[in-house]
Ligand binder design. Structure first.
Ligand code: SF4
Length: 306
């Protein structure tokens, strides 16, 4: 019996994906074009790329960061005035991180991109394997996230990076927006808005913020990029997990929910920024990193102030 294939809405090729939110069936070529077009638009709208920019990419070696690196290489790889550098942080998680760092190394070598690997052990003289068992209540991720963010910024500053790209996709952004609403955390909401120049903090870029997670995974698969299966053993952010499940259900029943959350947030972020201006940055008195208080979050978590 002949099976009927569904055709792409833009050509006569077989579709490989149905975007429920746009109502479009797309073939491989038009799906890739759609993802790349959205990313270029995001970069043009939010992050003005200048001559002589050095773009650091936080590269965990999973699908999101690998796709970010790959696409930035596609867009800027031929420009001699722009340098891309991958930065991988080894948090010290046995059985998980070494393999993703291996994937990051392979990818940067293949694309001819400089790659820097720095560990929590070298920087903080500890590892997540040591920290996690003591942080069962708060969850390891709150520690890990703060320390990694701080170290990424430090390395980016050291190498003279002018932008720091991270692989947050649409799902991450929508979850974070809702999470901040539910926690009433306006300060974090303001910080989530597309960035401004702040001294001591390398400007953060999120080129994938308009791409749904499933589409990042498909794009990565089609380009033979690392998919990073096998999760971190300490992944445990209970509220975010609940929000992820809820948002995915909403997306099935009301396609476009994640985009609506993000675009609604983008519309009010300017007003939020004016009503709740970010505090000015100073330097941490212990490590010298940019922060809003006398001592930065990373030093507090590491109890360097005691
Ligand atoms: Fe760190 Fe949590 Fe990510 Fe694991 S899941 S690498 S502990 S932030």
């Amino acid at each position: 019996m002949e099976t009927k294939t569904i055709k792409c809405n833009k050509c006569n090729n077989d579709a490989i994906i149905f975007q429920k939110y746009s109502g479009m069936h797309l073939c491989r070529k038009h799906f890739i074009e759609d993802v790349e077009r959205k990313i270029k638009l995001t970069i043009r709208k939010h992050y003005s790329i200048q001559k002589n920019d050095v773009i650091a990419i936080g590269l965990s070696g999973g699908k999101d960061s690998s796709t970010t690196l790959y696409i930035l290489h596609q867009i800027f790889g031929k420009r001699p005035d722009i340098e891309l550098v991958g930065i991988s942080i080894d948090e010290g998680i046995e059985g998980y991180r070494p393999s993703t760092i291996g994937s990051a190394k392979e990818l940067t070598e293949k694309l001819g991109i400089r790659h820097i690997v720095r560990s929590f052990k070298e920087e903080y003289d500890t590892t997540m394997d040591e920290i996690a068992p003591q942080q069962r209540e708060k969850g390891a991720c709150s520690y890990c996230g703060v320390l990694r963010k701080s170290l990424l910024n430090k390395i980016a500053l050291e190498i003279g990076a002018t932008k720091l790209a991270i692989g947050h996709n649409l799902d991450d952004e929508a979850q974070t927006i809702l999470l901040n609403h539910l926690k009433g955390d306006v300060a974090r909401m303001v910080r989530l808005a597309p960035p401004k120049e702040l001294e001591g903090l390398v400007l953060r870029m999120k080129p994938l913020r308009h791409i749904p997670e499933k589409e990042v995974a498909l794009y990565a698969y089609l380009h033979d990029l690392p998919l990073g299966f096998g999760g971190c053993p300490y992944a445990h952010e209970a509220m975010r997990r609940e929000i992820r499940v809820m948002l995915n259900e909403f997306e099935v029943n009301h396609p476009g929910t994640k985009y609506a959350l993000l675009s609604g947030f983008d519309k009010i972020s300017g007003i939020l920024g004016r009503e709740f201006p970010q505090e000015g940055l100073s330097r941490c008195s212990l490590c010298g990193q940019a922060c809003t208080e006398d001592i930065c979050q990373a030093c507090k978590l590491l109890k360097r102030d005691q």
